[in-house]
Design a protein around this ligand. Structure first.
Ligand code: PEP
Length: 246
């Protein structure tokens, strides 16, 4: 039985005060039946780490450099994330693929850099609306995942995968539980074929998950929790979503 995982992606939101209030509410709402983590803006990670250190809530980054160190202005290395205690980092979020032109190959290299330092990459895959309407959903997500599987080789089973249809992110338009489950099943089969451990790997769903749709999504056989954007910024909503993950 896979334990569920709920991860908040704060994106470029938050402030010291807002973060402190959000984390205090989250800490007060424990215990959760699922594992819970928040991916904060990098500048806040040390403070988030201090707030959560004595708890079972984990924290992570939203991106990581593919490089170990060097002249890469503005980037953060996996070693730096490890040093501030990050358990996770997102890689390949669709906003980074779209606005920073991140290729499948670069995403794969980032996942490898994270794993090499013991930071679990949460690898985001997902199709655009045009790709879905062209019947390309399975091919797109399999291509995106395949690049990472190939790069990680024998370590591929260590990643977490997040299926995030681009058309559902921040739009209020959620994939139906059946649509999401169908893609998760495809991804799990691919992971199983590549690693032999697909049955124990976590595949999260992300895309307008809210307090009122989380339980139905999380009840699907291959959905192991969620990657939550907008709703992770509102304590009551995020707590309700965490509670929906049993
Ligand atoms: C995300 O950014 O990963 C996400 C799923 O956003 P939202 O929940 O706001 O759709």
């Amino acid at each position: 039985m896979r334990r569920k995982l709920v991860v908040g992606n704060w994106k470029m939101h938050g402030s010291r005060l807002a973060n402190a209030e959000l984390l205090a509410a989250l800490l007060a709402a424990r215990p959760f039946a699922a594992d819970v983590a928040v991916c904060a803006p990098a500048v806040f990670l040390s403070e988030v780490a201090a707030s959560l250190a004595a708890s079972d809530i984990r924290w992570g980054a939203q991106d990581v450099s593919a490089h170990e160190q060097g002249a890469y202005t503005g980037e953060l290395s996996a070693a730096m994330l490890q040093e501030v205690g990050c358990r996770y980092t997102l890689v390949g979020h669709s906003e980074r693929r779209a606005y920073h032109a991140e290729s499948d190959q670069l995403v794969a290299q980032k996942a490898q850099a994270a794993l090499a330092k013991g930071v679990t990459p949460i690898v985001c895959v997902g199709e655009t609306l045009a790709e879905r309407e062209a019947g390309q959903t399975d091919a797109v997500v399999k291509r995106q995942l395949s690049a990472v599987i190939h790069q990680l080789a024998h370590c591929a089973a260590e990643m977490v995968v997040a299926y995030e249809p681009v058309w559902a992110i921040g739009t209020g338009r959620t994939a139906s539980p059946e649509q999401a489950q169908a893609v998760h099943a495809v991804l799990r089969a691919q992971l199983q074929a590549a690693t032999g451990r697909g049955d124990s790997m976590k595949i999260l769903y992300g895309g307008s998950v809210k307090a009122d749709n989380a339980a139905t999504l999380f009840a699907q056989a291959d959905i192991d929790g969620g990657l939550i954007g907008g709703a992770s910024l509102k304590a009551a909503d995020f707590i309700a979503i965490c509670r929906a993950a049993q």
